[in-house]
Ligand binder design. Structure first.
Ligand code: NCD
Ligand code: ZN
Ligand code: ZN
Length: 345
């Protein structure tokens, strides 16, 4: 039985750091264990231009506590007026590592997203040319499509046609939540898929049975158990298409515990301990490093970390239930089982 596991320092390929007081509260939670993270651009207003991304990166670095090393990998929020030349310069200077596509209205702060894909053709073609990945929130927003079907319908009606129209475009399907998503990603070249910690652990019953649990509500919403099992199989298989993107997305408790509660699960604090439990249960601890530390940099054509972290199994670790802080409290993801793996970073 493995009691201790040393892996290369993990990265988080989908993270919401927010801004201001909230960023100060949550940034140390990620930087404690992770070396880098792809930083989502859905601020209000969004991070649209290279200048926005440079300023946001400076705010992140200024908020980083002394002694923590962390590299934010910046993204731009694609709008219908995004300038291909601005994106190209931002990518070629190394500032920006991906462009994020939100279908308008699909999720938290996505009102400036894309409605008419013809308007972003020039950006997509330039990205294909220079190999800059596009990260996608893969859900349709059509009101007559059931919320549990929105990912599968998106693949068929939006993502696959868009990829066929843009040969060479490298796409990350973010926070895959269905077997449909897993099967699509793994059958494609030039594609990656991020999987969150919480989607490996909860299904839709966790949200709805025995009373509504707002802290398990996120988008895409957790699906049936068969889909969760498909995600576990993909993440623990070692398949290079799949890598960790926690989608850790903090909202203050009063906006989660609300008549119209926000979507987002905050898992930065205990993600590596949660993942160790998931991988151990599948007898796949030897593949945790591929999922959390190797497959992501390979897809993004970045070096893997030359640092390591060590996970050690023992008595359950006491993580805080909530982060208190300027913009909090923020509830930490509760996996519903004890976490025996301590992280020494
Ligand atoms: C994210 C957020 O709060 O910004 N929420 C979520 O439920 N995942 C947005 C997103 O990633 O879709
Ligand atoms: Zn999303
Ligand atoms: Zn997200």
């Amino acid at each position: 039985m493995t009691e201790s596991l040393t892996i290369r320092r993990p990265d988080d390929w989908h993270l919401h750091l927010r801004d201001g007081a909230m960023m100060e509260t949550v940034l140390p939670e990620t930087a404690r264990h992770f070396g880098r993270a792809i930083i989502m651009p859905n601020l209000v207003p969004p991070v649209v231009t290279a200048a926005d991304a440079a300023a946001y990166r400076d705010r992140i670095m200024a908020a980083l506590p002394e002694g923590q090393a962390f590299e934010p990998l910046m993204t731009l929020y694609m709008t219908e007026t995004t300038d291909p030349q601005d994106v190209r310069r931002a990518a070629e200077s190394g500032l920006v590592k991906a462009v994020k596509l939100y279908p308008a209205g699909a999720t938290t702060n996505s009102a400036s997203g894309v409605r008419d894909f013809d308007k972003v053709r020039g950006v997509l073609e330039m990205m294909a040319e220079i190999g800059l990945p596009m990260c996608v929130h893969g859900e349709v927003t059509t009101p007559d499509v059931d919320i549990f079907d929105r990912e599968a319908v998106f693949i068929e009606t939006v993502l696959d046609p868009l990829r066929r129209n843009t040969p060479g475009l490298r796409v990350v399907m973010e926070h895959v939540t269905t077997a449909d998503g897993v099967n699509y990603v793994k059958s494609q070249e030039d594609m990656g898929g991020t999987i969150t910690t919480h989607h490996l652990i909860i299904n839709r019953n966790h949200i709805l049975v025995g009373g509504i649990k707002p802290h398990y509500y996120c988008l895409p919403v957790a699906k049936r158990e068969v889909h969760r099992l498909a995600l576990v199989e993909a993440a623990t298989s070692g398949d290079a298409h799949f890598f960790l993107g926690t989608d850790s997305a903090p909202h203050p408790d009063h906006l989660k515990e609300h008549a119209c509660g926000c979507a987002g699960v905050f898992s930065a604090t205990n993600t590596m301990s949660c993942l160790a439990e998931v991988f151990e249960a599948e007898d796949a601890l030897d593949r945790l490093e591929a999922f959390a530390s190797l497959n992501g940099p390979t897809f993004y054509r970045l070096p893997v970390s030359d640092e390591t972290i060590t996970l050690t199994k023992g008595a359950p670790v006491d993580y805080p239930a909530k982060l208190e802080g300027g913009a909090g409290p923020v509830t930490v993801f509760d996996p519903g089982f004890p976490l025996h793996w301590r992280v020494d970073a």
